[in-house]
Design a protein around this ligand. Sequence first.
Ligand SMILES: Cc1ncc(COP(=O)(O)O)c(C=O)c1O
Length: 373
Amino acid sequence: MMKFASPLIDEATIEGVADVLRSGHITSGPWVERFEAALSLFCEGRPVRVVTSATAAIEVALQLCDIGPGDEVITCAQSFFTVLNMIVKQGATPVFVDCDLVTRNIDLAAVEARIGPRTRAIVPTHWPGSLADMDALYRLARERGIRVIEDAALVIGSRYNGRPIGAIGDITTFSFHPNKNMTSIEGGALVVNDAGEARRVDVLRFHGIERLADGTRDVAFPGGKFNLPDVNARIGIEQLARLPGFLAHRRELVVRYFERFPARFGCVLPPRPVEGDGQSWNMFCILLPDGPPGSREAFRDALAARGIATGVSYEALHLSTLGRRFGYQRGDLPNAERIAGRTVTLPLHAAMSVDDVDRVCAACEQALDAVSP
Ligand SMILES: Cc1ncc(COP(=O)(O)O)c(C=O)c1O
């Protein structure tokens, strides 16, 4: 079975992990500090703190921005459940807006229309192949003193106006889940604005414990426990060094998808890569043409029967049971809903070959023939 996502771990990394295990210091320690320093360098010197997942990073980021009951957070309905969950977990109200059908990035005109007196933050998810329009986003946010938490789980390595994502903006969060551009098994990071915010993250990610001047410890609120172990950081460092190679290979595979994917069925593809566009490719998501209920599942089954695994990214958050609690219903956000019903994530990862892409495209052609009316 060809996986739709898979990490690439080399022998040097496995040796490095073995060394950490032998060292006797396996939870957060020197390797975490080194991983944070390497990530900070990658983000042009901005402070970075690593945590156990991007989910934890978003939770800590919302806490860092003092988001709580009574606050509204504007976010896009086309994203992973994490974003909805963490906003609600803080006691805040998610305000969903739609996305672009092709890029899947947040609709900034809709964001502007939904900004109100209780809006405290905007949480856009950046998509592979194209980032949210950061100039417009920050113009909106900064004029009104609204915080921005960029969910960059899918796009570490993408560039905006030539600069790496994470080097610009307010708070940026990354994921190092094995499906992402680089991994630390599980893991995530937040890029913050200054040393003061980084110190607050240190407290928020470790029980809320403050060390007092007299050497004693105290907690003033119920903090979480999100510190990344050194074993994971050791993997992350190695992966970060290999990231440019992973991204170049992923891009080569995407270029091949554009060459070989059958055009005659009218699937909507992501934005076509353009030389020097600075975009990274974590996923290759296609949108099937409209069809009868169950035809997406039939398409996925037909690919599975040919040994090709696929995914669905993502459901429409506002139509989840949790999302509906805030009064949303079908028809509110048409693009997010259409994507949720017709999207399929095809295999794309650094361990694949160009021949694998050809195999997927040939299988897609057969499967689309089989399910087309
Ligand atoms: C867009 C997006 N944001 C956040 C996350 C959460 O990442 P993690 O699994 O590291 O918590 C994911 C996970 O797949 C994601 O796809």
